[in-house]
Structure formats: structure tokens, C-alpha cells
Design a protein around this ligand. Structure first.
Ligand SMILES: C[C@@H](O)[C@H](N)C(=O)N[C@H]1[C@@H](O)[C@H](n2cnc3c(N)ncnc32)O[C@@H]1CO
Length: 147
């Protein structure tokens, strides 16, 4: 799994077209959304993650929690982003893993939104620009490498 984490004044998106034959079904409200004072986690789920989805979810949640506490926010935007890797996991596995990351963070008391899966989306982001505002993480079942 590859994650790009951006601490932002806000992240807002608007769903445009389908990017998969069968994207995630979404409600009218999910077609656009916004979160302020947010840690945006752009996530590419990779083929290697299919070997142990449970472990990858746990490690991703731990990394996100770690950074969220350093930048002092409880607002997390889980954003499916297929552009951080050339070895992508299948859409089914990727969606399952992203939903589990969302659920685990909610269980831990974070205010979490997840952008819809399988679409082209317009988005606006306002990176805060402090030293910890732009980070990346690589998570591989069995180990997690930091940037
Ligand atoms: C396209 C661009 O504007 C948009 N931002 C986009 O990336 N859309 C992606 C993800 O929502 C999702 N998706 C499919 N496979 C994966 C995967 N392995 N990991 C994460 N997302 C995935 O399916 C879309 C097409 O790849």
C-alpha cells in the first residue's frame, strides 16, 4: 500500500464520471463532500496487500493515527487514489481494505469521511505547508517502510 498524507485546511471533492465499469454505489449526498482541518490520506492499495489485508489495514490505521496525533487533528479523509503505484490491487480487495480502514478509524473516535470508490473526481485541497504537512508511507504485509 502507498499512502500520501496531506494536512490541509480543507479537502472537498465532486464526483464526475465512472472510472470503473461497476463503481461503488453512492447516495446523492456522497456525490460531493468536504472536511475542514483534515488529514487527507490518498491511498493506493497494491497487489502485495492481497496477501494479508488484515495486517495492512492495521498498519495503515497505525500510521494514520501516528500522523494525525502529530498534526493534532481528528478529522481524516480516506481518499482512494490509484496513481501512487503501478501494481494495484483488484478493485474488490481495494474497496474492502479502504472500508476497513475507515471503520477502524471511526471505532477509535476519529471523524472520518471516505471519498467514493471507482470514479473520476474533481477535488480541491489546501495544504498547510508546515514541515509535517506532506508525508508518504509504504506499507507491505510484514513490514512498514517510512519515507
Ligand atoms: C481516477 C482518479 O480521478 C481517482 N482519484 C481514482 O484514483 N479513482 C480510482 C479509485 O477510486 C478506484 N481504485 C481502483 N483500484 C484502486 C486501488 N487499487 N487503490 C485505490 N483506488 C482504486 O477506482 C478508480 C479507478 O482506478
Amino acid at each position: 500500500m502507498r499512502m500520501l498524507l496531506i494536512h490541509s485546511d480543507y479537502l472537498e471533492y465532486e464526483v464526475k464520471d465512472k472510472a470503473l465499469k461497476k463503481p461503488e454505489e453512492i447516495s446523492e449526498e456522497q456525490k460531493r463532500d468536504r472536511l475542514d482541518e483534515v488529514l487527507a490520506a490518498f491511498i493506493s492499495v497494491e497487489k502485495v496487500d492481497e496477501q494479508n489485508p488484515k495486517e495492512v489495514v492495521e498498519k495503515a490505521v497505525k500510521e494514520i493515527e501516528d500522523i494525525a496525533s502529530q498534526v493534532k487533528t481528528k478529522n481524516i479523509f480516506v481518499y482512494p487514489f490509484a496513481h501512487l503505484s503501478s501494481e494495484l490491487a483488484s478493485p474488490d480487495v481495494a474497496l474492502k481494505i479502504l472500508k476497513e480502514i475507515e471503520e477502524k478509524l471511526k471505532e477509535k473516535g476519529y471523524n472520518v469521511k471516505r471519498a467514493p470508490f471507482g470514479y473520476y473526481k474533481a477535488f480541491k485541497l489546501s495544504c498547510k505547508g508546515h514541515p509535517l504537512a506532506e508525508l508518504s508511507r509504504t506499507i507491505i504485509p510484514g513490514e512498514a517502510k517510512k519515507e
